[in-house]
Design a protein around this ligand. Sequence first.
Ligand SMILES: [Zn+2]
Length: 511
Amino acid sequence: MASTIVRGRYVVTGVIDENTSNIIENGAVFQRDGEIIEVGPYEEIRSRHQPDEEIGSSDFAVIPGLVNAHHHVGLTPFQLGTLDMPLETWIIARWALRDVDPYLDTLYCAMQMIESGITTVMHNHMMARLPSDAGLYESGARIIEAYEDSGMRVAFSLSHRDQNHLVYEDDERFLATLPATLAQGIRDYLGGRPISLEDHLSVTAELIDKKQSDRTRVFISPHNVHWCSDEMLRAIKEFATRHSTGIHIHLQETVYQKMYGARNWGKTPLAHLADLGFLGPEVSCAHGVWLTEADIDILAETGTAICSNPSSNLRLKSGVAPLNVLLEKGVTVAIGIDEAGLNDDNDILQEMRVAQKIHRVPGVASPALTSHQILDLTTVNGAKVTLFEEQIGRLEPGKRADMVLVRLDRIEEPYLDPDTDIVDALVYRGKGIDVDTVIVDGDVLLRGGRFQKLDKAEIIGRFKETLARPLSPAERRRGDLSRELLPHIQRWFEGWELDRGTPHYFYNERA
Ligand SMILES: [Zn+2]
């Protein structure tokens, strides 16, 4: 590594409050061996340091690296043949998806993420979706190796579940309602590759032991409250404490999940987690669309964070999370794409825009997230939930040199009012295609839109080759099973009368 001056017409070092960011006009960052040494006006920085290289010009805005706080896979379910559906049926439709090479799949999405300015990701991988022809540890390690090769920072976890694999009740009770041959086919499929709690803990411990590094953290992940027994949740909490690591879990993503809590524990799933002593600052929960007022108080009191995925929530008919209330009450909120951005890509700048616009509820006095708040959620709060808070989130001395240079021409031309705040300009008009250069730990990963360490065309070519093979008999069988099962899943959930409580937001009225 070496020293660099990174300059831009604007250097956004970090957010100060909801209406202000610290912006240095004609500013620069001096970094040495991946550490930020000084930030200030370009002329001053240049007079004090002799870098090996200078990057940037007055054509760019320099911002801290962005964090995608919730992510699972590379090729999206849509690319693999599944249209958007409500989560409860969509996860069964996903059985039909073909297997992909975990290394190439991860490199593919890492490239997409870097191209939109993401330098750090919370990657949450379902153990059941690991290919069955390799060991669990090897497959997890291959995903981490893809991130190592890409240069990104990652908080990686393997996610597991031990109950309610079909609908929100005991598997056998539901299977008893199905035609016998279908039920047997599902039993064979679910039992085909049992992964125990012990496997989950020991593989995660091995990954922590062998794969953790400056840029890689290994978390542990129970999939979601209703999908995990209390025994599993307790063991995972204990594991995270023993290994001083983070926990990432899905939570109250849909109304059905909230209702499951009321039916089974007489309280919300989050309140159940609180009873188990599960919550705390090391815990981040994906989605949290169906949080009650009391839930939000619990999150604030315990320091538990929410990773919100606005586009995914729209696509899977999950709803709109109460972000305004969460922020009002001081809950840490970060933004994730869940590989389900509105354009089915991994463009974080667009996701920031969706996050900002979807929470604009009617009324002149109703809250509206500012661009500075949105930037804070995708930098500082993203750093908090991935446990990289000490290292990243702001461009200031002592932090690691993770930054993004965004081209200003398309955003500003032919005219943009010169009084426009650059943070507003980025959140209102920025897109992944404007990202020019991406730096992690002082390493240039992308320059002029071109990868410096990866051969994109070669990787895509190799990936295409592996995907050109015909479906295996096992993949075909899984697809048939999924298509046969889906109407039964649909009918089971149709039997639930949805709760109609008092919403946090109101968007329209019928009478
Ligand atoms: Zn998810």
